[in-house]
Every structure is written in structure tokens, then in C-alpha cells.
Design a protein around this ligand. Structure first.
Ligand code: DGY
Length: 321
């Protein structure tokens, strides 16, 4: 009998077709999320689930579906899945690392430049018909070249962001759970390992690329924002819950930091409505990995993991300890 798979959110049709060759697929090709109850019900007869970052697979979903063999996430981040509960239940969990490193680093730079140089703010102003003359002080932003870049979370994406800073003659500071080897630091534009506090105090531009966990929840809050320079920009391409939104909104409103660029939000796709009233924040809908080629690579990587797990093999990107 063919194994049964739930594809929890619309993905590329050719990847669905690929999986359909060997599994019975129930695919959510509607443009909406399953509710928690729907997900519970739909998983009852499934052997595996192909998940995306908006598929919340918590302990309750896992407890109700002990027959599941694998949860394969189409993302490198997997904070939408209770890995401990899955491991305890003997369920394989996988993610899609590496294939998105360079694309996500490109986007980190795009967001950093848009934020520091006020690109979206000035475009909105132009579109609204306000531009009547050149002015010496229109939309003055902060330089990137020659500035100090701070990277919090120096995994593969953080290192790819650091490498790109060479072309901007930047000094790079980083903070990470552990220090990189001297060789890796050298390849990351001679990045210098510092405490989080020193990074927050010294960097002109800060990019968050660390994984989300209970330990990193709101790890950028009022106290951390207070350490930053009033001219600094903060970019988050990691996960929303890392930043305390209320504290960030206060800091942006009072100009205690200059600007922020956010691709991720706590409880997305919902986000704090007060962001919309601020002109010094650039908002994008979780698209850092969204190039055509990379999203296809992620989709196929998740499919490879699922196919291996269902065949009883070790999937290439196993997360369980
Ligand atoms: C990831 O892979 O975790 C990204 O955030 C999804 O684009």
C-alpha cells in the first residue's frame, strides 16, 4: 500500500507531481492555512507531512498522530515544529539548510541598504506626488561603506553576509554561541568575535541571523535597543520572536535608533499594527529566501528528505539528535 502524505501548504506543482509518483498525496493547494483542528484531523491517516514555516506542528498535533513517521519542513528554521516532542514520539524531523544561504544573504543586504538609505520611505513619498525639487537634505541616510557591521548569529547565512561586506570596506563584528575558527573568521571579512553588548554598542548596522528558540525569545528588547547608537539600523531576517516588537516600536518612534528593516514578525502573517505608522521601518513579508531558484531548491530538498525518511533511510537533513 502506498504511504499517505499531507502537503500542508501550496508548493510548486511539479514537486507535488514528483511526490505523487510514489505517495498518496493530500495537498493543500488552496491559498489558506489549515487551522490547528483541521491539521489534527487531516493528519489522522497520514504517514508523513510536508510542512512550511506557517505549519504549526506543536506537541498536541504530535501527540494526536503517533502514526506519523516524518515531518519535513521546507525551511531551514524549524521553530514551527516541536522537535523535542517529535523526537520523543520517534518522528523524524528535517529542514532545508544550505540551499538558501546565498539568496538569504543577498536579501539581508537588500533590506539593510533599503533601510539605511531610506529607499522605500522615499519611494512612497515620490509616489504620493510630494517631489517638487532637489534638496540638499532630502532623505539623508546612513552610509554602509566604511561602517561597522554587527552580525548576531554567525552560521552559514551570517558568514555569507559578512563576506559581502568586503566590497563595502566594512569592519565586521559578530556574536554567536561559539567563536568561529580563525580560518572561517578570515573568510568572513576578518570578522571579530565580541560580546553581544559590545556589538550592540559599537555597530552602525546590525543584522540578526540567529535561530529562534526559547533562549533567544525577545533577546533584542528594550535593554539591548538602549545600547545601540541613535544612528544605528537593525535588520531582522531571522525570526520575529527574537525581537520584542513593542520595545522596537518605542525605540523607532522616539528615534532612539534610526531605522529597522524587518522580514519576519512574531505571530506572522499578523504583525504589530503600530509598525505601519512608522516611516523609519521597512517591512517585507518573509521573503529573504524567495528567489525562484532557491525556493525551488528548498522545495526539492524537503521532498528529498521526505522520500528518504519514508523509505526508512536517514534523510540528508535530519534534525533529531
Ligand atoms: C527559512 O528557511 O527558515 C526561511 O525563513 C524561510 O524562508
Amino acid at each position: 500500500m502506498r504511504q499517505k502524505i499531507l502537503i500542508a501548504k501550496a508548493i510548486f506543482p511539479d514537486v507535488v507531481a514528483r511526490l505523487s509518483q510514489q505517495f498518496d498525496i493530500e495537498s493543500n493547494q488552496e491559498d489558506r492555512l489549515f487551522s490547528h483542528d483541521e491539521l489534527l484531523a487531516k493528519l489522522r491517516d497520514k504517514d508523513g507531512i510536508y510542512a512550511t514555516p506557517s505549519t504549526l506542528i506543536d506537541a498536541a498535533v504530535i501527540a494526536a498522530n503517533p502514526q506519523l513517521k516524518a515531518i519535513c519542513n521546507m525551511a531551514v528554521g524549524y521553530n514551527n515544529i516541536d522537535l523535542d516532542a517529535a523526537t520523543h514520539a520517534g518522528i523524524i524531523v528535517t529542514n532545508t539548510p544550505d540551499v538558501l544561504n546565498e539568496t538569504t544573504a543577498d536579501f539581508g543586504w537588500a533590506l539593510l541598504m533599503a533601510t539605511a538609505r531610506r529607499i522605500t520611505e522615499s519611494e512612497h513619498w515620490l509616489r504620493a506626488g510630494h517631489w517638487d525639487k532637489w534638496r540638499y537634505d532630502s532623505f539623508l541616510g546612513a552610509d554602509l561603506h566604511g561602517a561597522t557591521l554587527g552580525i548576531i548569529g554567525m552560521g552559514r547565512i551570517g558568514q555569507a553576509i559578512a563576506r559581502r561586506s568586503l566590497g563595502f570596506d566594512m569592519r565586521v563584528l559578530y556574536h554567536n554561541r561559539s567563536r568561529l575558527s580563525a580560518d572561517r573568521e578570515a573568510h568572513a571579512n576578518n570578522a571579530q568575535f565580541v560580546s553581544k553588548e559590545e556589538l550592540l554598542r559599537s555597530a552602525d548596522h546590525i543584522v540578526l541571523v540567529l535561530p529562534y528558540s526559547t533562549a533567544t525569545h525577545h533577546s533584542i528588547g528594550a535593554a539591548e535597543l538602549a545600547l545601540m547608537k541613535p544612528t544605528a539600523t537593525l535588520v531582522n531576517i531571522a525570526r520575529g520572536g527574537i525581537v520584542d516588537d513593542a520595545a522596537l516600536i518605542g525605540a523607532l518612534r522616539d528615534k532612539r535608533i534610526a531605522a529597522a528593516g524587518l522580514d519576519v514578525f512574531e505571530n506572522e502573517p499578523r504583525f504589530h499594527p503600530d509598525f505601519l505608522s512608522l516611516s523609519n521601518v521597512v517591512l517585507t513579508p518573509h521573503i529573504a529566501s524567495a528567489s525562484e531558484a532557491t525556493r525551488r531548491a528548498m522545495a526539492n530538498c524537503a521532498a528529498d528528505n521526505l522520500i528518504a525518511a519514508m523509505a526508512g533511510q536517514r534523510p540528508p537533513n535530519l534534525l533529531n539528535p
